[in-house]
Design a protein around this ligand. Structure first.
Ligand SMILES: [Zn+2]
Length: 187
């Protein structure tokens, strides 16, 4: 099991190789790692239970910094892409459903389905390309998401989290991410 200090050194070495200064790193007890708006990396402590997890997690988050995913304009664009399908659903499609003159339950059902479809489309368009790119970068820098690790991470998720993840669509399922990484030929 690696220590926090070892992983911070690992990040520092990768940042140096890439020619950027090491971003601030904090350790969190929550279920996921993330990058803050100022490019600071927040890593989940549970990743330290396995060396491959700690390496994958830290390189994936560093990738978001290196690849410029934290820049304000980039974030604004991704969020706009995320919101666009929702806006379309409500400004164009929902009024269309109302025009059909369906019963209230049917209208609500169609509205809900559209909402979920819009959410999914927005997640895929707005965020998934960056997540896939971050996985590839991580694999090239000593933090590959292997199929073995992906299966372990997938098992840790509750059915509810898994279902929500599938609906939002910003991240592919863990095993899919592992096979996308392998297909990119980076490990
Ligand atoms: Zn990510």
């Amino acid at each position: 099991m690696p220590t926090e200090a070892q992983i911070e050194d690992f990040i520092q070495a990768a940042a140096r190789d890439t020619g950027i200064s090491t971003p601030p790193i904090t350790w969190v007890n929550g279920p996921r790692s993330s990058v803050g708006p100022r490019g600071d990396i927040r890593l989940r402590r549970s990743s330290l239970e396995r060396e491959d997890d700690a390496h994958f997690c830290s390189m994936h988050e560093l990738a978001h910094v290196v690849l410029g995913h934290t820049r304000l304009l980039r974030r604004a664009r991704d969020t706009a892409l995320f919101a666009l399908p929702l806006v379309l659903a409500y400004r164009v499609i929902l009024p269309g459903i109302l025009l059909l003159g369906l019963s209230l339950p049917l209208t609500l059902l169609l509205g809900c389905l559209l909402f979920l479809a819009g959410l999914h489309l927005g997640g895929r368009l707005g965020f998934r390309p960056a997540e896939t790119a971050a996985d590839s970068w991580a694999a090239q820098h000593g933090g590959p998401l292997t199929l073995e690790l992906a299966q372990i991470l997938a098992q840790r998720r509750s059915p509810l989290t898994r279902a929500l993840g599938a609906i939002i669509g910003s991240h592919a399922a863990w095993p899919t991410r592992a096979s996308l990484t392998r297909k990119a030929g980076v490990r």
